[in-house]
Design a protein around this ligand. Structure first.
Ligand SMILES: *Cc1c(COP(=O)(O)O)cnc(C)c1O
Length: 248
């Protein structure tokens, strides 16, 4: 059996250690428990052990789970509720549902999606917090706005700046930071340049667009979250190290 409690204790220690190595406060880092493929009951267990942020990567799967978790928690008289983060690619036809289900959307990877989410949020008088997903590793299999050349590639930088300008003009969404997925590698240390790059792009965009608050850097997963924290992650998305191996 997977012992979620001892997993959380271990992860907490590792997050705190990585934070203090980089002179950061543990409180500046949100632990997002990525519960994809896991049942609602696993989410409820983690919630009862103190976790409040949960992540899913597919709208269909999340829909039932989010409802189920809410039912269980309200039946047991919980006053607090989980914060749900969408971390996976959203197909156009799922964007309305995604906007309704999630509190924060990390995976805004196109202008079209940003527009759809904004339109939906506006219709219900909301502003949806989003992160822009950047592809900083340059892998073709990855979603996200291309930023692998980041600051050295002038054309790419101008393109990114134009995209951000366009997205900033969309009502109903609030850009709160950047998200990236690092390549899967043997040695977590080799992901460091990807995380460093995301932070540099963030700093550069923040300087260019002072009206925009790009506080968050969503980066780091089970295999590389400590490196991500050392490079400035404010949100780490951790699945297997909390819930054990994926269920399908
Ligand atoms: C699955 C997933 C995670 C968590 O991955 P683990 O390796 O299980 O920690 C994080 N981010 C995204 C976007 C994911 O799809």
């Amino acid at each position: 059996m997977i012992d979620i409690q001892s997993n959380i204790i271990t992860i907490e220690k590792r997050i705190s250690a990585a934070a203090s190595r980089s002179n950061r406060s543990r409180n500046d880092i949100a632990l997002i428990a990525v519960s994809k493929t896991q049942p609602a009951e696993a989410v409820v267990s983690a919630f009862r052990l103190g976790l409040r942020h949960f992540g899913e990567n597919r709208v269909e799967e999340a829909q039932d789970k989010i409802c189920r978790v809410a039912e269980i928690l309200s039946a047991s008289g919980e006053h607090e509720v989980p914060t749900w983060h969408m971390v996976g690619h959203i197909q156009s036809r799922k964007s309305d549902q995604a906007e309704e289900l999630f509190d924060v959307i990390h995976s805004v990877d196109s202008i079209k999606l940003a527009r759809r989410l904004g339109k939906r949020a506006e219709a219900s008088d909301k502003v949806v917090p989003i992160l822009l997903e950047l592809n900083v590793s340059g892998e073709n299999t990855k979603y996200g706005f291309r930023a692998d050349g980041s600051l050295d590639n002038i054309d790419q930088w101008h393109q990114l700046r134009d995209w951000v300008t366009e997205i900033l003009g969309i009502p109903g969404i609030d850009i709160q930071g950047l998200m990236t997925m690092a390549p899967i590698v043997e040695n977590p240390e080799s992901t460091r340049p990807v995380f460093t790059k995301l932070r540099r792009v963030r700093d550069r965009l923040a300087a260019e667009f002072p009206s925009m608050s790009l506080h968050h850097l969503s980066m780091g997963m089970t295999d590389d979250f400590e490196v991500a924290i050392e490079e400035g992650a404010t949100m780490v998305r951790i699945g297997r190290a909390i819930f054990g191996p994926r269920r399908h």
